[in-house]
Ligand binder design. Structure first.
Ligand code: ADP
Length: 373
């Protein structure tokens, strides 16, 4: 656990970069510092590995004040990733990745072999290890920056705008891979970005900072979107924050059982009477949803044929985004959104009101002990 306690940083020229800031970054989670340029994010990050020493206040890692630790030892436990990867241009990629272990005395051959494993871990062909940084794309260089920070297997990672030097498509790929990697490695991460979408996507906790080095709000992404603390935070989150909340996954929406009728079958009298609002869901023999019918308007024999089906718009999947679940419910003629599993087999239906309830319910902190600042 990284703890900043009332830290203030005033540069020698008088600039007050960070002002009495307190923050706790929990173990094995991603804490993101986000805010406009010049608000003190980088200064805050650099106080954690002592590249900047606060004018007042304290920083501790797992309860130990970092000022009482040997600086070299402190930094050995902290991986540091910066924009553009910060690679040495005159060293090969694998030599770059192996730089810290070699510095720490790992035999060169062993360090290089480990470097090639790390390249694979971050999604690169180990053969790229023989190239020089300038022979790689921006996205590849960024991945190598991450591999290098991981080389000494530090429990803590500090990342300063690690994905901002690449185009949006590559950036999205890097973010996805980073989340996959973190799920596997469980590092304690503090990351800086100026991009609120990135903060919301990657952060377990997000600190929104304002110019002058103060925290406007420290919360989980859902709480931020649902309840911005003040006008500054709301403004920084932007007008489409409700829309962003819909990007979260729909894993915990209630799925209701739905009575169905098979294509080609006849709708029983019972179903005609029982169908909610008169709409019944038609499925194929493998229980893939085909569309909705209103049994009340079928011919007397009640047989279901494809021509009579009203198709809903979207199908939702259980782990997919809330946006899709909401769309499925609103575009369905029965107003019940059809939810399928990964194979497209019917699981049940969801209601728009319950999708909105899920967004609301996620405002409540899941881990109040982790909140700080
Ligand atoms: P951010 O990362 O949010 O862009 P920084 O931490 O880099 O913000 O900077 C915060 C403030 O401190 C800015 O006003 C910046 O100009 C100033 N600053 C940063 N580094 C120095 C320095 N070495 N000397 C003087 N002022 C600095």
């Amino acid at each position: 656990m990284i703890r900043l306690d009332g830290v203030t940083m005033q540069y020698p020229d008088g600039t007050l970069a960070v002002d009495d800031l307190s923050l706790t970054a929990p173990d094995r989670e991603i804490t993101v510092l986000v805010g406009p340029s010049g608000c003190g994010k980088t200064t805050t990050l650099r106080m954690i590995n002592r590249m900047v020493q606060p004018t007042s206040g304290s920083v501790s890692i797992d309860g130990t004040d970092i000022m009482s630790m040997d600086a070299a030892e402190l930094r050995r436990g902290i991986g540091y990733v910066i924009q553009h990867g910060g690679l040495f241009p005159h060293h090969t990629v694998e030599r770059n990745v192996a730089a810290v272990p070699i510095l720490l005395g790992t035999p060169k051959r062993q360090a290089l072999s480990r470097a090639r494993e790390l390249l694979e871990l971050v999604g690169l062909d180990p053969a790229l290890g023989r190239r020089y940084p300038s022979q790689l794309s921006g996205g590849q260089q960024q991945r190598i920056g991450v591999a290098r920070a991981l080389a000494a297997d530090p429990p803590v990672m500090l990342m300063d705008e690690p994905f901002s030097a690449v185009d949006p498509v590559v950036r999205e790929q890097l973010q996805e891979e980073f989340l996959r990697l973190q799920a596997e490695l469980g590092k304690t991460i503090v990351m800086v970005t100026h991009d609120i979408d990135e903060a919301i996507k990657l952060g377990d906790h997000v600190a929104v900072m304002r110019v002058g080095g103060k925290i406007g709000q420290f919360a989980r992404p859902h709480e931020l979107l649902a309840h911005p603390a003040d006008a500054f935070v709301a403004d920084f989150l932007g007008r489409d924050r409700g829309y962003r909340a819909l990007g979260f996954d729909a894993a915990d929406i209630p799925i209701h059982p739905e009575s169905t009728v098979a294509i080609g079958a006849s709708v029983s009298a019972a179903q005609r009477e029982a169908g909610h609002d008169g709409w019944t869901l038609v499925v194929d023999p493998e229980r893939h949803p085909l569309g909705w019918i209103r049994p009340a308007v079928l011919p007397d024999d009640g047989s279901v044929d494809e021509g009579a089906l009203a198709l809903g718009g979207t199908l939702a999947t259980a782990g997919g985004p809330l946006r899709v679940a909401l769309d499925a419910a609103l575009s369905s003629p029965s107003r019940r959104g059809v939810v399928v599993d990964d194979d497209g087999v019917l699981m049940g239906t969801c209601l728009a009101t319950e999708v909105l309830d899920v967004i609301e319910s996620r405002d409540r902190p899941r881990d109040p002990g982790a909140e700080g600042g």
